[in-house]
Design a protein around this ligand. Sequence first.
Ligand code: FNR
Length: 183
Amino acid sequence: TTKKIAVLVGSLRKESFTRRVANSLIAVAPDGFELTIVELRDLPLYNEDDETATPPPAFTVFREAIQSADGILFCTPEYNRSVPGSLKNAIDVGSRPYGKAAFADKPCAVVSVSPGALGGFGANHHLRQMLPFLNMPTMPAPEAYIGGVASKYEGDRLVDDSARAFFEKFMAAFGAWVTQHAR
Ligand code: FNR
């Protein structure tokens, strides 16, 4: 049966490089995987006071999208050497209520993206720090630090063949990781 992957993109802007990379990864996903970007822009800021019998509808929609996935692909830009607040907020929303985290046990992988040379290393590793707390089996390698991203695209089109080859290798490994760890 087809395995579902929820793709989280930690940039809200229309021309996002991170979203372009996410779409390139989706395009080379192995057979048997269905990848869908779960949008973060409508999530209110997490507030524990909202954790009532009727939480904000956007929380419920997001949690169900995560819960129904077999795996999670995090694609993040780097803001101030960490993850953007939008992505941190989404992780916080999906981590609660306590004991019922939608993210719990979902196999995942991390891709960081930057126009700069360091490829979002700081964001990648701040994100990785959160994942054991959610008991998410996180693919150790290949690591994905996509630096110099602006030169890899002409508009939405990926024009860097070595990047494409890496994306294929990465997604093949991630498919195997999800198959191995899905429950
Ligand atoms: C940035 N940018 C950035 N880049 C980087 O490599 N390391 C960093 O720490 C930061 N910090 C940072 C903070 C804030 C608030 C912004 C808005 C930007 C630049 C960032 O990599 C660039 O804007 C990317 O294009 C953002 O990713 P998307 O939106 O193209 O996916």
